[in-house]
Design a protein around this ligand. Structure first.
Ligand code: FE2
Ligand code: FE2
Length: 402
């Protein structure tokens, strides 16, 4: 006799998918001896798509990361691809055609189970699949069993699996992320990294160092993360010494290399999306990109609108004519951060303590000479900056430190 394949559909918004979802899936795979379990993220209902809801492609990608190591589990975009409102009855009907001669199961949260009779075509759902759920608490158990009896009277087949309780919720995860708190016990490592690196669920424009730390940590290797933290500390020190805003110095320092390890095609995408003008010199020199894509990312994705922070990041590699004190602090801190060991760093540190302009001149001659030696293009901003500083120094006009 031909074995009937058992296939389960686990629907939800998965915004984001978390450990309890995965545990429930694993429990049903084992209990029902499923051949396949499909996580099917639902198209976001317009009234639910609040400001903190993640777009479809991100919810789908997180599901894929979360099931990588779950045997028999897969992700399907069947509902996200469907035009217009997505109904479970339609999805089950599509699955029954995709997997003929299979027994279908539908897994859902307890709250959804309780309201199933108000859904579109409940009888169709009852006919096509065994309805499975898990209680969230002790009160749920009785209520779910009462519902089961009602549904059974209408021909439904149901299963309530009483698993160990978990009180993880996607709402709680979104709120922790927006506060810059750890979610490492609630989602798998890859999903956590995905959430922070894509800046999902953040409150744009709200200054939160803990959140910035998690975002940069998820977007770069350990070495560059340490460098970014050190640049922030050094920039704050210099800002205090030369009278720039210390909070802005910390923000710009932490975030100055935010796209340095971002793949080039993604950086191009960021610059195109946020209207960063690229002339031929910039287009053909990807090494110049991270300052531009980073500044655009900080303004447009994180929502940090401050012009001084924007310019400090935008010109942290080249400098420019007419730099503010904050911009100079970031430019120099990038050379004098605690982990730097290049020959000449001691001179640079001494100059940074004496005069911002002397340190700028030293740093610029170092980088311009280095680029020329490598036959690399030089950003004209660096030359304008160098000339201006040299003239200022010869005129004796420099910023005095405390
Ligand atoms: Fe940089
Ligand atoms: Fe840097």
């Amino acid at each position: 006799m031909k074995k009937v394949r058992k296939i389960a559909m686990y629907g939800g918004s998965f915004d984001p998918i978390h450990n309890a979802h995965v545990n429930i899936a694993q429990a049903f795979i084992k209990k029902l001896k499923l051949d396949k379990l499909l996580f099917i993220p639902a198209g976001q209902a317009p009234h639910k798509a609040g400001s903190d809801a993640a777009p479809d492609r991100h919810r789908l990608a997180m599901c894929e990361l979360a099931v990588t190591n779950v045997k028999k589990a897969e992700v399907s975009d069947i509902e996200l691809k469907r035009q217009g409102k997505s109904y479970t009855a339609d999805t089950l009907s599509e699955l029954s055609q995709l997997y003929p001669d299979s027994e279908l199961y539908l897994i859902m949260g307890a709250d959804m189970f309780m309201t199933l009779d108000t859904w579109y075509k409940p009888e169709e759902i009852f006919r096509l699949a065994v309805i499975c759920t898990v209680p969230r608490n002790d009160d749920d158990v009785q209520a779910l069993h009462r519902r089961e009896a009602e549904y059974a009277a209408r021909g439904a087949r149901t299963m309530v699996l009483d698993l160990k309780r978990s009180d993880i919720s996607s709402t709680e995860i979104r709120s922790l992320v927006s506060e810059g708190k750890s979610i490492s016990k609630l989602v798998c490592e890859d999903v956590e990294r995905y959430i922070f690196s894509n800046c999902l669920y953040i409150r744009r424009g709200e200054v939160n160092y803990a959140l910035y730390n998690r975002i940069i940590k998820s977007r770069m290797g350990e070495k560059r993360y340490i460098h970014s933290c050190n640049v922030a500390d050094e920039a704050v020190r210099l800002a205090g010494k030369y009278g720039a805003d210390e909070e802005k110095a910390r923000i710009a320092g932490l975030l100055h290399d935010i796209t340095k390890e971002t793949p080039r095609d993604e950086q191009l995408d960021i610059m195109e999306r946020y209207d960063v003008p690229l002339n031929k010199l910039y287009r053909t020199n990807p090494k110049l990109w991270h300052a531009m894509s980073g500044a655009a990312f900080v303004r447009c994705v994180l929502g940090i609108e401050d012009d001084d922070i924007f310019n400090a990041i935008r010109y942290h590699t080249s400098g420019r004519a007419g730099m503010s004190v904050l911009e100079k602090c970031i430019f120099i801190a990038d050379f004098t951060s605690a982990e730097r060991t290049y020959s000449g760093v001691d001179v640079m540190r001494q100059l940074a303590d004496r005069s911002l302009e002397e340190a700028m001149r030293f740093g610029l001659s170092f980088s311009i000479a280095d680029l020329a030696q490598k036959n690399s293009a030089i950003d004209p901003n660096a030359l304008f900056c160098y000339n201006e500083i040299v003239m200022q120094l010869s005129d004796g006009k420099t910023a005095a430190g405390k």
